[in-house]
Design a binder for this molecule. Structure first.
Ligand code: HEC
Length: 142
């Protein structure tokens, strides 16, 4: 077997292991830092102002400003997680809670992007969210 072929196999194994490890760490971080409010399956408590992430979270990525918003919400931006952990956690949440949208493909967050985004806060959170939800409704013909 050629060396280059061995290298390709080795790299794929390495990638698979890394992705698995990141997902496992993301899940633990979700349980420790987010689940208390957002619940285990992401369904939240809509009646108590904790929005449902299940089958919805990914829709924010389909409208302008939504990608920034998912990182700039206080629970995410101001968490104790570092940029690498918050990026992998958000990517994991998108895949786990909104697999249908994630399957269509999305650009995963990088630590650098997350670091930039969390520097600026959303001041009028409710207004920003309402505007995004309106855009999502229009885009999806609800
Ligand atoms: C103390 C409760 C609480 C914790 C803990 C919490 N959140 Fe939230 N989260 C909220 C609330 C409430 C909202 C709705 C917007 C708001 O008022 O901040 C929200 C909204 C969000 C949203 C936007 C979804 C939407 O539809 O508006 C994301 C993404 C999010 N949180 C991620 C996280 C992540 C990631 C963590 C853990 C690192 C986390 N949250 C921890 C309460 C919490």
């Amino acid at each position: 077997m050629k060396v280059s072929r061995l290298l390709v196999i080795w790299l794929s194994v390495l990638t698979a292991v890394t992705v698995y490890a990141d997902d496992r760490r993301a899940k633990v971080n979700y349980q420790l830092h987010c689940q208390g409010c957002h619940t285990g399956d992401g369904s939240g408590h809509p009646g108590r102002q904790i929005p449902t992430l299940t089958n919805y979270m990914g829709k924010f990525l389909t409208v302008e400003g939504g990608r920034e918003f998912l990182i700039q919400v206080p629970g995410a931006a101001q968490s104790q997680l570092n940029d690498i952990e918050l990026a992998e956690l958000t990517n994991w949440m998108l895949k786990s809670f909104d697999p249908e949208t994630a399957k269509k493909g999305f650009e995963p967050y990088s630590a650098t992007e997350v670091g930039q985004l969390r520097k600026s806060m959303v001041l009028d959170f409710t207004g920003t969210r309402e505007a995004l939800v309106k855009k999502i409704e229009i885009a999806n013909n609800y």
